[in-house]
Design a protein around this ligand. Structure first.
Ligand code: PLP
Length: 435
């Protein structure tokens, strides 16, 4: 009988079977090595096969792997919550653990709504979000996501609709000049709130640096300060989705630190465990939690495996590893050098239009002609072609849709583990240079 893991190759042909990983390299069963220039899906932040994490995993498995969250807490869960509170600025002191980034944003949505209900404002239940965003694949998370391709089959079931334009200055969706626009895209949030009515809105959610839906799009300075101010003026919670950007990926512990903006709720995933185990979190301030703690005292959410001690112990070991090895600073430094190298490479090819990013979250956008920024013709799937060529060349890259309609603009994300050395960065550039 034919057997399959039901993971269908998106690139055609069969996937290679992986054998093992070490540092920034993965090895398949045929012995071919791949430089993991995407950290999988921007996840393997500390690289593969780190012995300290394996030891922490074994130690916890020897004690207890699972307890149910409404019967017990555990030392690893409490220590992890404390570590997250230490690593984040402001008052992000209350962690709710789940198993994926989608569950984290879905939980954030529900906690925001519950916050207002327990404050006696049940009408405040709408969530505002932006186009060119990705917050996850579950229905609540997908509702908030401005990602046309991932929405299209389920539109009838989606509750909300992203309504604010992204700060995509390379190809402004409002067709304005970024030098003179006065950040009209941020002002759209204000207009949207007025249209819907602040009394009906629970929260606004945004990725500090746009990831999968755009390819490492960094907003202009002042943009997030403006958004936060608008949220405060209208009594709306601000949720920063740091599932991709959190824990050092962009060269700061949280990407929102670049703009000194303190979110009311933050979501984490991916780099929170570096891929060593499934775990994610929604983390709240006291302001968000107070009405719930003084009210029902219970968050309506959670999953069977939420806060399981094994995943918490692994995540704790990963975050300690990030701290101990100064990976946040390394990400900032390496990122600057790598962007410089990629820009040099970009000069060689007319179809490489833009290179952008922060730290080791870097986007490369493809165009037909870089002088006009004209997008590639419909049907030319350059992203997948480049990813396929990369696989052949032994380099792993992550696809990102950069266009608002899913057709215009195409991009990849380059996001190696934060542990990558300068020599390995040089190797990355060599393997990426496909001619
Ligand atoms: N939020 C952001 C910003 C993401 O990039 C992703 C995944 O790419 C998610 C949420 C969903 O995370 P997961 O795939 O772990 O469910």
């Amino acid at each position: 009988m034919e057997q399959s893991s039901l993971i269908k190759p998106v690139l055609g042909g069969a996937y290679p079977t992986i054998s093992h990983g070490e540092g920034v390299f993965l090895y398949d069963k045929e012995g071919k090595n791949y430089l993991d220039a995407s950290s999988g899906a921007v996840t393997a932040n500390i690289g593969h096969g780190v012995q300290e994490i394996i030891d922490a995993m074994k130690k916890q498995a020897n004690q207890v792997s699972f307890v149910y969250r409404s019967q017990f807490t555990s030392e690893p869960a409490e220590k992890l919550a404390k570590k997250i509170a230490e690593l984040t600025k402001g008052e992000l002191n209350y962690s709710f653990f789940v198993n994926s980034g989608s569950e984290a944003t879905e939980t954030a949505l529900k906690i925001a709504i519950q916050h207002w209900q327990e404050k006696g404002k049940p009408k405040k239940h709408k969530i505002i979000s932006r186009w060119m965003s990705y917050h996850g694949i579950t229905m609540g998370a997908l509702s908030m996501s401005g990602h046309p391709i991932r929405r299209e089959r389920f539109t009838a079931m989606l509750e909300s609709y992203p309504s604010v334009s992204p700060p995509y200055c390379y190809r402004c969706p409002l067709q304005l000049d970024p030098h003179t626009c006065g950040m009209a895209c941020a002002k759209e949030l204000e207009a949207t709130i007025r249209r819907i009515g602040g009394d009906n809105i629970a929260a606004f959610i945004a990725e500090p640096v746009i990831g999968a839906a755009g390819g490492a799009i960094v907003p202009p300075d002042g943009y997030f300060q403006k958004l936060k101010k608008i949220c405060e003026e209208h009594d709306i919670l601000f949720i920063a989705d740091e599932v991709m950007t959190g824990f050092g990926r962009t060269g700061k512990m949280l990407a929102s630190e670049y703009w000194d903006v303190e979110p009311d709720i933050v979501t984490f995933g991916k780099g929170m465990s570096g891929g060593y185990t499934p775990i994610a979190a929604a983390v709240m301030t006291r302001k968000v939690m107070e009405p719930i703690m003084n009210g029902s005292q219970s968050i309506i959410g959670g999953h069977t495996l939420s806060a399981n001690p094994l995943s918490c112990a692994v995540s704790l070991a990963v975050l300690e590893y990030v701290e101990k090895n100064n990976l946040v600073e390394k990400s900032a430094d390496r990122g600057k050098n790598l962007i410089r190298g990629l820009k040099k490479l970009g000069e060689k090819y007319s179809f490489i239009g833009d290179i952008r990013g922060r730290g080791l979250l870097i986007g490369m956008e493809f165009v037909q002609d870089k002088s006009t920024k004209s997008s590639l013709p419909k049907g030319v799937d350059v992203t997948n072609e480049i990813i396929k060529l990369g696989m052949k060349n032994g380099i792993l890259l992550y696809p990102a849709a950069a266009g608002l309609d899913g057709v215009t603009g195409a991009a990849i994300i380059i996001s190696p583990p934060l542990t990558i050395s300068e020599d390995e960065c040089a190797e990355l550039l060599m393997r990426l240079d496909i001619t």
